[in-house]
Design a binder for this molecule. Sequence first.
Ligand code: AKB
Length: 320
Amino acid sequence: MSSKILIIGACGQIGSELTYKLREIHGNDNVIASDISYTNLEIVNSGIFEIVDAQDYSSIHICVEKHKIDTIYLMAAMLSATGEKYPMKAWDLNMSSLFNVLNLAKAKFISKVFWPSSIAVFGPTTPKEQTSQHTIMEPTTVYGITKQVGERWCEYYFDKYGVDVRSIRYPGIVSWKTMPGGGTTDYAVEIYHKAITDGKYESFLSEDTELPMMFMDDAITATIQIMDAPANQLSIRSSYNLAAMSFTPKDIAGEIQKHIRDFIITYNPDFRQQIADSWPKSIDDSYARKDWNWNHQFDLEKMTNEMILQLKKKYAPAEN
Ligand code: AKB
């Protein structure tokens, strides 16, 4: 029998692309997209869509029963920058949604869970270069705190209740289909859009702020790979470090200038600078590479080629 999948937070940056990919693999009828509102009409109209409130256990439970779901990808979350503006809302959303899904798995209504963690689990006291899987973790953002605590709970539910929950610490994700919202790494998406539409961009991070990043295609591949891996190959049940590339706003601007020679970048760091400064510059993801054969495909040059190509098409005036 084919797996029946529910994606919670399917209208968001990663949730939307995960929905398209999983539908390609499992068929449209086996992948149910859901979100709290109809914010992404392309997703809403692309297959089965349900309104689900991730903070309401019964809202998820009803959907699980209705569609005989066995696997949930919980992609709803408040990210780092918005989380600093609404600390209690971020805590409530990020934690209650995780508990709801873990408890559905504990009660055996579903059998498998994907929950994303983040490089935000690390903090200013973490070694910055090639940050290892097991190291000092003292996050200073509400988002990072929710992800770190969430990781502990995932491992706890696996150890104590046998819940098959799998997780990745995503770096900043760059993509062209759906805009990210409320993150510190969002500049690396905005910059490409502004390069095409305005020929210039004002970065909210300083020129030499180096962060771990990944192209969406790689992030989706990794997510599907970890979910498909045999359970006995997974040695980490908190969350796996995952890496592809690291770059600064200056590096990305230089790469864009190879395509758009007159592109201008200026720098005007805001409160997000402090968040970025608390995170690692690069990540050691050897556990993911060893346990489930993780291997990234996109570096900064290849990603930039693809972003410029796709966004030029997206913003091209419609021909009639
Ligand atoms: C953010 O910037 O908050 C996210 C993340 C790194 O998890 N993109």
